[in-house]
Design a binder for this molecule. Structure first.
Ligand SMILES: NC(=O)c1ccc[n+]([C@@H]2O[C@H](COP(=O)([O-])OP(=O)(O)OC[C@H]3O[C@@H](n4cnc5c(N)ncnc54)[C@H](OP(=O)(O)O)[C@@H]3O)[C@@H](O)[C@H]2O)c1
Length: 331
């Protein structure tokens, strides 16, 4: 019996240490207990993953939650789950396909018609490393959905957000933005060989640049906007990557994933924090990695690049807004 004692205690220590390390890596629960009773919240891509869990967390805190998704069956099912789990009946499902400018305009028109206030907009939906697909309007899918779709949606909701101040916009980016580069000669991957990874990174860099420029434009309005890397989470995001599709990769990568990858519930804590925390009142234009503000990649800090992206995005989605803050478009 004694000869098993040492290996067993070593095993126990290693297992305990691994669990502690995993909790440390995951970052824990939202440190704020703030409630948002009666506040209107829109979460895009809320039928699964981090979006669904964020909607659930915010429903628990008393918000009127609108799930904005492209598949109404999944959207209604998620809304039902959240109502059942939180007993908050102010959780509804709406159609929004970010790969269609028409759908975005219809969604925004209905919201502005029906809701006087929108206090929190969480631009969460994304597609990662899909094949070389294009949106309904011909944009490369990852740039089109992850950046352009949210760019248009946010701009169309800005008046309502301003009327609801103090209000907050949270843009889900990713650490992957550090490997991104804005290629203004070919934003839509029409001239280069398509690189699905680089396209995802570019789209997530665009999200941080959009956040920075929007924050500068929103100064003094009471509307804040921040970008977030939620951490690496076990969601459907990798559906196009083929990861875990073989027994071999599941076996070899499984332990690493167990250690480093968060549950969707834990990965939703930072978005929840940015949406509700009282200590973040007035904080805008920042990039958060989990709960901590961090400097983003140098290209994401480049004001000229951000202004150029804004002008290009406005042109692509047909938004009639000045290209440079407050200044009319040059002829
Ligand atoms: N998971 C991670 O490790 C990780 C790491 C860094 C950043 N993030 C970011 O966190 C956010 C949430 O990701 P997740 O991991 O929860 O991914 P997910 O499980 O794949 O969920 C993505 C959501 O986006 C929706 N979506 C995709 N295309 C859409 C479109 N055209 N119109 C409307 N909705 C659309 C999906 O709807 P369908 O179900 O209908 O496809 C789904 O609801 C994303 O912005 C992602 O980039 C995640």
């Amino acid at each position: 019996m004694n000869r098993y004692l040492l290996p067993l205690s070593v095993l126990g220590t290693v297992a305990g240490g691994a669990v502690l390390l995993r909790d440390y890596v995951a970052g824990g629960s939202c440190p704020s207990k703030a409630t948002i009773l009666g506040k209107t919240v829109i979460v895009t891509g809320a039928n699964t993953g981090i979006g669904k869990q964020t909607a659930l967390e915010l429903a628990k805190r008393g918000g009127n939650i609108i799930l904005a998704c492209r598949d109404m069956e999944k959207c209604e099912a998620a809304a039902r789950d959240i109502r059942r789990e939180t007993l908050n009946h102010h959780v509804s499902a709406r159609h929004l396909d970010l790969a269609s400018l028409k759908s975005i305009r219809e969604f925004a028109a209905k919201i502005t018609e029906e809701k006087e206030r929108v206090h929190i907009l969480i631009n969460n939906a994304a597609v990662m490393r899909c094949p070389h697909w294009t949106t309904e309007d011909g944009f490369e899918m990852q740039f089109g959905v992850n950046h352009l779709g949210h760019f248009l949606l946010t701009n169309l909701l800005l008046d309502t957000l301003k009327a609801s101040a103090p209000s907050r916009i949270i843009n889900l980016s990713s650490l992957a933005h550090v490997a991104g580069h804005m290629d203004f000669d070919d934003l839509n991957w029409e001239k280069r060989t398509y690189d699905t990874k680089a396209a995802y990174c570019q789209s997530k860099l665009a999200v941080v640049l959009f956040t920075k420029e929007l924050s500068r434009r929103l100064q003094g309005t009471g509307v804040t906007v921040n970008a977030l890397h939620p951490g690496v989470a076990r969601t459907e995001l990798g559906r196009h990557t083929g990861m875990h599709s073989s027994a071999f990769s599941s076996f070899t990568l499984g332990p690493i994933f167990w250690l480093l990858v968060k549950s969707p519930q834990l990965a939703a804590q930072p978005s929840t924090y940015l949406a509700v925390a009282e200590e973040l009142e007035g904080v805008s234009g920042k990039y958060f990695d989990g709960f901590k503000e961090k400097p983003p990649a140098p290209e994401a800090e480049d004001e000229e690049v951000a202004q150029r992206l804004w002008a290009e995005s406005a042109r692509l989605v047909g938004l009639e807004v000045p290209s440079v803050r407050g200044q009319p478009l040059p002829e």
